[in-house]
Design a protein around this ligand. Sequence first.
Ligand SMILES: C[S@@+](CC[C@H](N)C(=O)[O-])C[C@H]1O[C@@H](n2cnc3c(N)ncnc32)[C@H](O)[C@@H]1O
Length: 314
Amino acid sequence: MNSYSYLQMYQINTKDVKSYPIEWNKIFGNSNKSIVEIGFGGGEFLVNLAKENNNYNYVGIETSLTSCHKIKKKIFLNNLNNIQIILEDAKFAVREFFSDNSISKVIVNFPCPWPKSKHAKNRLFDEKFLDTLSSVLEVDGEVILTTDVWTYASEVKEKFLSNGCFEVKNISEIQQLPFKTRYEKKWENEGRKKYLLIAQKRCKKEIKRLLEGEINLPHQKIQKMNFDKLQSLVGFKKSSKNKTLVIKDIYAKLDGSEYLVKVFSEDDRYIQSYFVDVIKIKDGWLVKLDDIAKAYRTPSVKEAVNIIAKELEN
Ligand SMILES: C[S@@+](CC[C@H](N)C(=O)[O-])C[C@H]1O[C@@H](n2cnc3c(N)ncnc32)[C@H](O)[C@@H]1O
């Protein structure tokens, strides 16, 4: 193996999964429960945890590609087979990729508290995410949060209490984490204190997932294309309660046999940008989600394919 081959390993390509939620026990080849770390940063905590206790499967979720590269190197150097990582927003990933009652612990070390109200939408622990946690954690499963901001710990505690499905077991100052993280060091150097909050699941809320079961490539066939409509699709916008889609642009193949429609869409605050392909076939046109620039087949993505087909049908 050359020195960078590990970059192809340990990461689930979540857009290529055949059905959701992901069957983690098949991936790990055992029946262990999962421990999930959100925002693992340099990966120090998750890698040491996985080294110490082999009775769990460990899944790390990050939005930073650099962090994913860093942890993969550590997993490889430690020869661990009990960690997989996901490059994705944790609010989406925890809800869509984990089944009910399947996680033992969710660990979050030093998340950004996003204190300004204009950034509130970036905060991890919102009402919907707490509902997700109540669903995916096993009974008595725990959320373990470490933060350097006391007001943040107190706010999150209040959110857990008002959710009604959690008992807050602990909220206190701690001296150190079992394994030091990069941000723990950083805040220690600045003389900041550390606080630990543990919330334990007591009951479960029903949640609605966007991706569930087998996900087929959305497609529609049309007999005859209205070429005037094709041009006017740019700028098309449709919004409903939890879905928005906007057609941004259209690219054509020189011989006119294929068009790529660039779409932005949003489901429940999860934004995706992708292409819908309109291709000439023997007896008409095929409108389908382009399978190269991958997108999750969420309700708004399926709707985009249907709307484009309907608008273009002559
Ligand atoms: C302040 S750093 C803490 C990193 C690490 N836990 C530590 O203690 O050193 C927060 C990390 O969370 C990640 N992050 C932020 N929002 C996220 C989200 N919605 N889903 C997954 N990771 C997220 C960031 O990329 C960043 O690496």
